[in-house]
Design a protein around this ligand. Structure first.
Ligand SMILES: C[S@@+](CC[C@H](N)C(=O)[O-])C[C@H]1O[C@@H](n2cnc3c(N)ncnc32)[C@H](O)[C@@H]1O
Length: 212
């Protein structure tokens, strides 16, 4: 996949950082989800390169112009989404509740020259999802696992026919397995949904709207 050098450089820098964070993160994960959450401000908690590449391809394949990201962190997945949104003439709305991470995300997107393709909302996604203009072509859910279902339910009515919701961490870490099992069961019962788990990265659930 060829990328503008500025975009490739930001992705490479963030992938290096993510690699450095992995051992501390694994240790915290074995202690329990609460420990990761308490330290979350220090970690990227990114989707990884394989899922990043898939997200980029999905935006392009769908011709997605309205992309929503719930949990942008410092912008790793946002860069993958925004690079594709630039090609489709679309825009990414990225929610990130941590003000410090919002600043890091802004800087990373600016370094990649992608800032103009992203609207960053530095607040709880649930405050805005219901009033956000739809329809949504692609939604990435990657924030706290106990609120996946809440925010899926807010986003799903606005997903267009053929549109896709991607949720991360379906297969790992083990600490949040029960919450993710509940999420998978929930989306598979959603009206008009066809959904399956792909063993990519930490496992993603890909839910496509086939009605409406
Ligand atoms: C797993 S990280 C996101 C990683 C990012 N998608 C990536 O691949 O680089 C989850 C992020 O969700 C944010 N978050 C948690 N609850 C949120 C909420 N209600 N609304 C918006 N962001 C939230 C956290 O601050 C954290 O940075």
């Amino acid at each position: 996949m060829s990328m503008e050098p500025r975009v490739a450089a930001v992705l490479e820098r963030l992938e290096q950082r993510s690699k450095q964070e992995q051992s501390e993160l694994s240790e915290l994960n074995t202690k329990g989800a609460r420990f990761v959450r308490e330290a979350a401000g220090r970690f990227m908690l990114d989707v990884g390169a394989d899922v990043g590449r898939l997200l980029n391809s999905l935006v392009r394949a769908l011709g997605a112009r309205r992309v929503v990201e719930i949990g942008g962190s410092v912008g790793y997945s946002t860069v993958w989404l925004a690079e594709a949104a630039q090609a489709t003439g679309g825009r990414v709305v990225s929610f990130e509740i941590d003000a410090h991470k919002v600043e890091e995300m802004r800087q990373n997107l600016s370094d990649a020259r992608l800032l103009e393709h992203v609207q960053i909302i530095g607040e709880d996604a649930s405050l805005h999802l219901a009033s956000l203009e739809g329809p949504f072509d692609l939604v990435l859910i990657d924030h706290w696992k106990d609120i996946y279902i809440r925010d899926f339910d807010l986003a799903w009515p606005k997903v267009r026919r053929g549109g896709i919701v991607v949720a991360d961490n379906i297969l790992a870490p083990a600490a949040t397995a029960a919450q993710l099992q509940a999420y998978v069961a929930h989306v598979r019962a959603a009206p008009g949904a066809r959904s399956s788990t792909l063993p990519l990265g930490q496992g993603i659930e890909l839910t496509q709207r086939i009605d409406g």
